[in-house]
Design a protein around this ligand. Sequence first.
Ligand code: PLP
Length: 385
Amino acid sequence: MDTTDSYYQEILDGLQQEGNLRSLPEAEHCEKWICRDGERLLNLSSNDYLGLAADRQLRDSFMAGLDEEEFLFSSSSSRLLTGNFSVYTELEKLMAETFGTESTLVFSSGYHMNTGILPAVTDSHTLILADKLVHASIIDGIRLSAARCIRYRHQDYRQLETLLSKNHADYERIIIVTESVFSMDGDVAPLPLLVEMKKRYPHVMLYVDEAHGIGVRGKHGLGVAEEQGCIQDIDFLCGTFGKAMASVGAYVACRKVLREFLVNRMRTLIFTTALPPVNVAWTKFVFGHLDGLQEKREHLAAISARLRDAVRAKGYDCPSESHIVPLTVGESGKAVLKACEFQRKGFYVLPVRPPTVPEGTSRLRFSLTAAVTDEDMDRLLEILD
Ligand SMILES: *Cc1c(COP(=O)(O)O)cnc(C)c1O
């Protein structure tokens, strides 16, 4: 060990003692299972919510139709230089038409999206009002921005209302920031209520991250905003391609002027190599199929409701209204042990611990996918306790 390393080692030792030490788990994927030491565990920690990433047929049909021009594994440049292949424009056009918004803009990842948009569209005369439980990438975006930020208690819209009325006169702009389906509690924000609140003031905008909603919710799979009928009323309707869409990247659906502004000011768009054209082509392919996947969405909704009911019946407090279902045990060590137990019994569930979730709320996080069958659920519910 170098002399400088003892500092880091001590911190790691501390994490180990608290049961919060992390490592990169080896994950060999066999369709909907994780294969480990000759055993097959049902993957209940995947974001492949529609089971599309594990769908061999879908991939084959994409490959069969792939144009050689699009079969490129690098764009070799930022989109502002020579990286803006035509498939980007095609995807953005398709998405804007489908969402019915003036425009969309595609990014390299959700992390790029959330760390890029907020710093670009805010300044020191801006106030950001963000839900206490927004994703780490949003927090980092807020940190990079010059805006002032106040976090309101999770889904406490009365507090948000108070903050708006108290602060609106002091800022040129206010941006309310929320997720639609929250990634750790699995509960769902009432977007029309937020729309109504922002409309009371002319200078308030709404930013919604649908990372866990796109593909999964809404009649056409366009997310919670579609389900709740307010796509047009959200100023920055964001989402990612890495989860239900089985791809990589992210998007915002927004007005043209905001898109143009981002192209000029968003550093995580400007100063990074554009996604490889082959990935963008795959995203376009999957997005084009979303409408036809209603059966998968309905199955996912049904098994999710079953799991939520079972968790509540065991006496756990469970705020979930989605396919993300936490089983909150409190202490980190306990969460780790419980996860091991599920894994021994054939279910790949992972513990989620601080700092991902608040102290004392360590949990198992079940994230269901449409590939999970009713029979899989029978077996899971049998061992739930
Ligand atoms: C996963 C996630 C992201 C990050 O998206 P990536 O494409 O994986 O970088 C952003 N926001 C939320 C709410 C997420 O859950």
